[in-house]
Design a protein around this ligand. Sequence first.
Ligand code: GDP
Ligand code: IMO
Ligand code: MG
Length: 422
Amino acid sequence: MTKGKVDALLGIVFGDEGKGKVVDFFTPKYDVVARFAGGPNAGHTIIFEGKKFVLRSIPSGIFDEGKLNIIGNGCVIAPDLFMAEAHELEVAGYSLTERLHISRRAHLILPTHRVLDRAYEAAKGKAKVGTTGKGIGPTYSDKAARIGLRVGDILHDFENKYAILKARHEQILRDLHFTDYDIAEEEARWMEGVEYMKKFQLTDTEVEINRYLREGKSVLAEGAQGSLLDIDHGTYPFVSSSSTTAGGVCTGLGVAPSSIDRVFGIFKAYSTRVGAGPFPVELFDETGEEIRRIGNEFGAVTGRNRRCGWIDLVALKYAIMINGVTDLVMMKSDVLDSFETIKVCTAYTKDGITTTDMPYDTEGWQAVYEELPGWKTPLDKLRRESDFPPAFTAYINYLEQALETPIKIVSVSPDREATIIR
Ligand code: GDP
Ligand code: IMO
Ligand code: MG
């Protein structure tokens, strides 16, 4: 943490790396925590003092009562889901309205955006993205098409603006022959959510953040999704629709590249992916099942099985390059405790060609592995690096050398406490 600077914590694979846990752990060091991309497609789990929370739109710095949290302009927000999420925190005793500011430039996810999400997926047949169904793609599409509704719109002539966009969506749905939906109840809750949002400070968060930086305050930018789900750098078209990488921090918060200091790249000791799309390290055997079971790899938002595989250095190297990662954070190391050997994907191969560079299209590539000895020791109770079993230290050293980036933090269980700084 440097005064007057922004540090970013970015998922650098396919999401669900454990961003929520680490942002919550980092929060005491920062003045402000800000989300810059995505919306309720995210599910960030935080566990402490026997309590568990899953945040979708609200930043993971919210559990530290002294800290300001911001939902930045690069985010999309569903008022009904936001209200439900905020209520849950209020019931648990956290005050929000003073400590959570929302950008007036963030875009609104309408109920019809969610219907469109379903309709577009249905129309894709076998080429489905496997979205979270939260209306993310259609909302960012409307933003790019310059017809979206923004949070600031709810304060002026909103009913009218809403009706125009809704009618446009209904026309598209008729054109797609997707008419079997009923949003009446959902829409009523959504409107309630819009009213609820008015209790919050709906501000020009980019001006606010830049003022804090000038005052010497520090900001932590909380990533959502992962680099390989980035609209530009991910495994397109099997991606989300926002800029989840370091560039997205600048556009999604309105801060200059020169204001960014550290970039923390977070990954798991193995790989997962939820939803469709190429995944060269995917395991279809018992080992994959075993990782899913031990790692509890089921989606925090949709409950879907996460696809599991060994760690992928090709993907990690690419993401480290795109983001300018300065520090790596390795999560869920404990999930590999029982394995005799651990594989590491060092290259991809297809049609007699082998590459260590991320291909334009990862479809059809096979992983090439190296095999390392497992540590066969439970890690979850360890709190000091000096207690690590030698084979685990060797795994860390191997990854650091291959990735040419230091692994500064290692996580060995879901709890806030189980976070070891090296
Ligand atoms: P996020 O979307 O990046 O915030 O990650 P998710 O919350 O979707 O998924 C990460 C899951 O791993 C959550 O269930 C966490 O509680 C859990 N988790 C985080 N760190 C660790 C760890 O070191 N070990 C284990 N076993 N689980 C962890
Ligand atoms: P967090 O922040 C994992 C995936 C979906 C789908 C694709 C597009 O918890 O890491 P979308 O609904 O965004 O249009 O879906 O992206 N996806 C995620 N996978 N973690 C996430 O968020 C994700 N957000 C979206 O499964 O494949
Ligand atoms: Mg998640």
